[in-house]
Design a protein around this ligand. Structure first.
Ligand code: MRU
Length: 335
């Protein structure tokens, strides 16, 4: 396979390498991943995360295993096992379905490698197009609120919602980003803050529960968020807390945009209620852990509700930004 380089995922010198997003921003550690169990762990622990990136990392591993001589059966099992790691982001399913098709070909190794390279490079292009379309929604002086991390770390390209912000910042001189810290795993406070600081885009981190007060004070002009799966009717799943923001934005009459590549659209899913929501460990809510250390604050055996994502209804979305353009209605025929 050819060399492929992104902010948090590489195929280099014949190996799959991932930047550990659990350890960011204080430690920049790259891991080499050579087997399915390691990739499953990396994805489950959110060391590799973000809807497009999960799919691409799993894809590169399958291509690596194919190049290493794994047989058809082993590759089929690898695809199934990797697909089962996280259920909500449809990008992973899309990538694994693509590899399953390649596996049916006689020259399956070449087919898998070719499709892996295509999927990676396609994501770079999709992110770029998203940015080009989305920039039309951003004005000089905007204060934009975003949630979770949807930047270069989460994709092979420049990102989705954060990619729009990055693209806009190249053209406008006065943008400011409000960054939801994004409990419980702090993808905003750790990863989005890390990316915005590197890109030198002015930003301020806030606790998720401060957004209402900020909006009431007139300090938020627009909300841009990403997605893990967009249903045919425009409902979408994204990091838990996104629905809160959509309700708040609606109440305060603030435009609310969802930004994603076509690989996040699931035409087979009629509406949001059909999206499977991943439930995660109680320890993520009873305390906190990361490169900064570990602490549990809740009493032993505290019951916890910890869905990784929530579903926002289409009625709360001002527009959907895809690589094919901006959609003000959930009429996605051209996707
Ligand atoms: O649990 P995570 O960190 O993988 O969740 C990520 C999100 O919810 C992102 O908003 C989404 O995947 C879009 S990334 C371009």
């Amino acid at each position: 396979m050819k060399e492929l380089i992104a902010a948090s995922l590489k195929f280099q010198a014949g190996k799959v390498r991932v930047l550990d997003q659990y350890l960011l921003p204080h430690q920049e550690v790259w891991h080499t991943c050579e087997d399915v169990a390691s990739m499953q762990n990396l994805i489950n622990n959110l060391q590799v995360r973000g809807a497009p990136l999960i799919g691409l990392a799993a894809t590169l591993l399958v291509a690596y295993l194919a190049e290493q001589g794994a047989n058809k059966q082993a590759l089929g099992e690898a695809i199934n096992a990797l697909e089962a790691t996280r259920p909500t982001a449809v990008n992973l399913k899309h990538c694994m379905d693509t590899l399953r098709q390649a596996l049916r070909q006689t020259q399956y190794v070449a087919a898998i490698v070719h499709r892996a390279e295509q999927l990676f490079e396609e994501d770079v292009t999709l992110c770029q197009r998203i940015g080009e379309h989305g920039v039309a929604l951003v004005d000089e002086g905007d204060n934009i609120l975003t949630h979770c991390n949807t930047g270069a770390l989460a994709t092979a390209g420049v990102g989705t919602a954060l990619g729009v912000i990055y693209t806009a910042a190249q053209q406008l001189s006065h943008l400011h980003v409000w960054v939801d810290e994004t409990r419980p795993l702090l993808q905003g406070g750790r990863l989005t803050a890390y990316e915005l600081a590197r890109w030198q885009i002015p930003y301020t981190v806030l606790c998720d529960n401060m957004a209402a007060a900020l909006m009431a004070a007139g300090k938020v002009d627009k909300v841009f968020v990403g997605a893990d799966r967009i249903a045919a009717n425009g409902d979408f799943a994204n990091k838990v807390g996104t629905y809160n923001l959509a309700v708040l934005a609606h109440y305060h009459d603030i435009p609310f945009y969802v930004v994603a590549p076509r690989t996040t659209f699931d035409a087979t899913c009629a509406h949001g209620a059909d999206i499977e929501i991943e439930q995660r460990s109680h320890t993520e809510v009873t305390g906190v852990s990361g490169s900064f250390g570990e602490c549990q604050w809740a009493p032993e055996n505290t019951p916890v509700f910890n869905p990784a994502f929530d579903v926002t209804p289409a009625s709360l979305v001002t527009a959907w930004v895809f690589d094919s353009g901006i959609y003000h209605e959930p009429n996605f025929a051209t996707i």
